[in-house]
Design a protein around this ligand. Structure first.
Ligand SMILES: Nc1ncnc2c1ncn2[C@@H]1O[C@H](COP(=O)(O)OP(=O)(O)OP(=O)(O)O)[C@@H](O)[C@H]1O
Ligand SMILES: [Mg+2]
Length: 224
């Protein structure tokens, strides 16, 4: 089967630091993958490389049968917006906007009418358990509530692929389960390929495959 998203021989360098090397990874529709490994091993770099956000020193990224890494910046952004849902480790919500407005934003950029976007935004905010603060500004909610809004935003347009970098890092067990349920439900219902970076074995237990990154390489085996 053709992979939805595939990395071939990926290498990422930041100056003299080799963050990733010789990464081969193929993600099929409906696959659910945990990315684990020590701090600084290259997990965020891997997610950003798969999303076409960081430039590659070597290798290729293929999205739905076409090269992603060689597209222009504008086309890469468009492909990411339309086909992927991203949850960033350090958040990138707009603090001045409400939770609902943040979740509506990508839907509206993709051409969804405001009323429809709002309805969908409220629905996904409910799924991750923050509907009661939906109309508060991001700047006026807790870190965990903001993190759940970031997950809701990544799910809202029902993307083909979700790349989530420690989406439960700031969450208690109950909220964490809620987020993982929302992510896996989307994957089961829509065949979304799910990639979740996590240090938490309870989070990884929701997923089917585990990839362990060590010193910038994928090491097969049971995570430490
Ligand atoms: N913008 C950057 N400039 C220089 N070096 C970087 C940059 N981003 C990451 N690195 C380095 O690349 C390596 C991989 O970093 P990365 O952020 O991918 O690790 P990680 O596995 O996500 O870690 P963590 O679990 O702490 O989030 C590390 O050595 C890190 O210091
Ligand atoms: Mg990281």
């Amino acid at each position: 089967m053709t992979a939805l998203l595939e990395a071939r021989g990926l290498r990422v360098e930041y100056g003299a630091t080799v963050a990733l090397d010789a990464i081969d990874l193929a993600l099929a529709a409906g696959s659910r993958t945990a990315v684990m490994g020590p701090s600084g091993s290259g997990k965020s770099s891997l997610v950003h490389a798969l999303a076409g956000i960081v430039p590659l020193s070597a290798g290729e990224v293929w999205l739905e049968g076409g090269r992603l890494d060689t597209l222009s910046e504008a086309r890469r952004s468009r492909a990411r917006l339309a086909r992927m849902g991203m949850v960033f480790q350090f958040g990138d919500l707009v603090p001045e906007l409400t939770l609902v407005e943040n979740v509506m934003l990508p839907l509206q950029v993709l051409g969804t009418r405001a009323a429809t976007a709002r309805r969908r935004a409220v629905e996904v905010l409910e799924q991750v358990g923050v509907a009661e603060v939906a109309d508060r500004r991001i700047g006026a909610v807790s870190g965990g509530q903001a993190q759940r809004a970031a997950v809701a935003r990544a799910l809202a347009h029902r993307p083909a692929i979700v790349l989530a970098d420690e989406p439960t890092g700031a969450l208690d067990t109950v909220s964490s389960e809620q987020v993982m349920d929302a992510l896996t439900r989307l994957s089961v219902d829509q065949g979304t390929a799910l990639v979740v970076v996590t240090h938490d074995h309870r989070v990884a237990a929701h997923l089917d495959d585990v990839v362990v990154v060590r010193d910038g390489r994928i090491s097969v085996g049971i995570p430490a």
